[in-house]
Write a protein that binds this ligand. Structure first.
Ligand SMILES: *Cc1c(COP(=O)(O)O)cnc(C)c1O
Length: 361
């Protein structure tokens, strides 16, 4: 058996040590004679898993007491729906920063529930840069301001947190959560689907200010997505995706053991810088995102000669580097490197890219 360097954008690779622990515990978890995925979510054994995972998230991200941590069905897009269903009242509007495909989809979804305004539209520059806040349209009486911290498809990442005063700030951190320290107090809601940086697909982790949990909502939100009900019932309105919950806990243990988010940030910088430096010094590979907004997690790039795309994919796969095909919206290539990608993986990719130029450039 051999594991390749896997550059998938999501579901993405998990740390090898975590995969090994899952394997070791799969049939008999902690001597209960059953797998964790075979335990009742109401059992005291699973409760300990659930609470431990929440505790680790709180510790790693320094989540203050007056924020709830919820484990919710429906992945990232579940929250695209849930946020406006909860907070977009009739005759009010929400503001979206459109900086890539994911914020565009989220804004479109929100329009089904109410009025949406776009205060920043980076589509004008092909989603290659985030204009400074003083150029955004006014949003002073919006229900909330929504943005995507890291645009997974376009490879665009915010390098600061928008200032919104009293307007609740809602952030999709699906593809860069736990890759750097964050000041939770600046946010009303942070959510992240699990399958990029946290664990298996299907679940979103939602970190939400308790004032928002308590807020009366004008819309009829399905119970299993309702923040208040989820908060009151320990995220168990119905059966949660218990296996994801368990694996997220293992990934959090791994992050804690390996230096926490400070170290994850250093690793992310080192990995991505290595590739960007190489791309920028080459005539063969292109990344058009403004250096200040380049993602540390997802690096889309194209070959100057696109007729070589297929060869690139075939030969990289043969070299043990998989899932480099770009998103269908952009074409070309994309290297996604989340917390579990070792620096050696980035080096192996860079070396391969170098060899490929020598051969075909
Ligand atoms: C992957 C991703 C999503 C979508 O997640 P699903 O779980 O597939 O709904 C949403 N936002 C961002 C930023 C993502 O990277």
């Amino acid at each position: 058996m051999s594991r390749f360097y896997n550059f998938s954008a999501g579901p993405a690779m998990l740390p090898q040590a975590v995969m090994e622990q899952i394997q070791a515990e799969l049939l008999d978890w902690h001597q209960v004679g059953a797998s964790v995925m075979e335990l009742s979510h109401r059992s005291k054994e699973f409760k300990s898993v659930a609470e431990h995972t929440e505790q680790l998230i709180r510790e790693i991200l320094a989540v203050p007491k007056h924020y709830k941590v919820l484990f919710v069905h429906g992945g990232g897009q579940g929250q695209f729906t849930s946020v406006p269903m909860h907070f977009l009242r009739p005759n009010h509007y929400a503001v979206y920063l459109q900086t890539g495909a994911w914020s565009e989809i989220a804004a479109t979804e929100a329009q089904r529930y109410g009025q949406v305004r776009v205060a920043l539209d980076a589509k004008n520059n092909g989603y290659t840069a985030v204009a400074p806040q003083n150029s955004w349209q006014d949003f002073s009486d919006a229900e909330y301001l929504y943005y995507v911290d890291n645009e997974t498809i376009h490879g665009l990442e915010f390098n600061n947190v928008p200032e919104t005063g009293n307007i609740p700030l809602v952030c999709d951190m699906s593809s860069n959560i736990m890759s750097r320290p964050i000041d939770i107090e600046k946010f009303g809601i942070i959510f992240a689907c699990a399958q990029k940086n946290l664990g298996p697909a299907g679940m979103s982790v939602v970190i939400i200010h308790e004032d928002l949990v308590e807020r009366e909502t004008a819309h009829i939100v399905p119970s299993f997505l309702n923040y208040k009900k989820l908060a009151d019932k320990g995220s168990m309105v119905n059966t949660p995706t218990t296996f994801s919950w368990y694996v997220i806990g293992l990934v959090c243990e791994w992050i804690k053991k390996h230096g926490g988010v400070e170290k994850m940030e250093k690793n992310a910088k080192a990995r991505s810088q290595l590739l960007y430096d190489f791309i920028d010094h080459s005539e063969f590979y292109i990344n058009e995102v403004h250096p200040e907004n380049r993602s540390r997690m997802n690096i889309p790039f194209s070959l100057a000669d696109e007729s070589l795309n297929q060869k690139f994919l075939e030969e990289s796969k043969a070299a043990g580097l998989i899932s480099l095909k770009g998103h269908r919206l952009l074409g070309g290539m994309r290297a996604s490197m989340y917390n579990s990608m070792p620096l050696e993986g980035a080096k192996a990719l860079r070396d391969f890219m170098q060899e490929f130029v020598k051969k075909y450039g």
